[in-house]
Design a protein around this ligand. Structure first.
Ligand code: ADP
Ligand code: MG
Length: 154
């Protein structure tokens, strides 16, 4: 398991970090984003999608649960299970995209689907340090270490 801590001073820096990781995605990867509300998960996803090559608008899928951002023939599936006591039918949708090599899966509030997520994933914990300061704690399965390439040293 690779680990890295990166501090960002504002939302644009968080997006930039995410954009680097997004540019390393091939398809088939799973990214779990963990924080309190307002921690920066959706902001991070915006950078990820940009780096992945998508120009689709990234917004919180809190009320729709999932959104798709296209990049060529690849797709980023963005799930947000905030406040859902159980995943219900969406769990099947998630299980399907998890096995699709052209899809990247990004999940916010993953607790209700933890049992479905592979151990081979990138997990990022966001901690608010100041009003606009965040500490990103990145944990990366060894097989996905290529996702960390190009990140600044901590
Ligand atoms: P979440 O999806 O975790 O609830 P959002 O990304 O929707 O969080 O919201 C994060 C909010 O915090 C945004 O308004 C963003 O502009 C702001 N923000 C301030 N500083 C940062 C930072 N360093 N990184 C990410 N977001 C930040
Ligand atoms: Mg969000």
């Amino acid at each position: 398991m690779g680990m890295k801590v990166i501090k960002t001073a504002d939302a644009s820096q968080t997006e930039k970090i995410a954009e680097i990781i997004g540019g390393n995605l091939h398809g088939g990867e799973v990214i779990e984003l963990v924080s309190d509300l307002g921690g920066g998960k959706t902001t991070f996803t915006r950078g990820l999608a940009k780096g992945f090559g998508s120009t689709d608008r990234v917004a919180s899928p809190t009320f729709t649960i999932s959104k798709v951002y296209k990049s060529g023939n690849k797709e980023m599936h963005h799930f947000d299970f905030y406040r859902l006591p159980q995943a219900g039918l969406i769990e099947h949708e998630l299980a399907d995209v998890l096995t699709d090599k052209k899809c990247v899966v990004v999940v916010e509030w993953a607790d209700v689907v933890k049992h479905v997520l592979p151990a081979k994933r990138l997990t990022i914990n966001f901690r608010q340090t100041q009003e606009d300061g965040r500490e990103l704690n990145i944990k990366c399965a060894d097989e996905l270490s290529y996702l960390m390439e190009g990140l600044p040293e901590a």
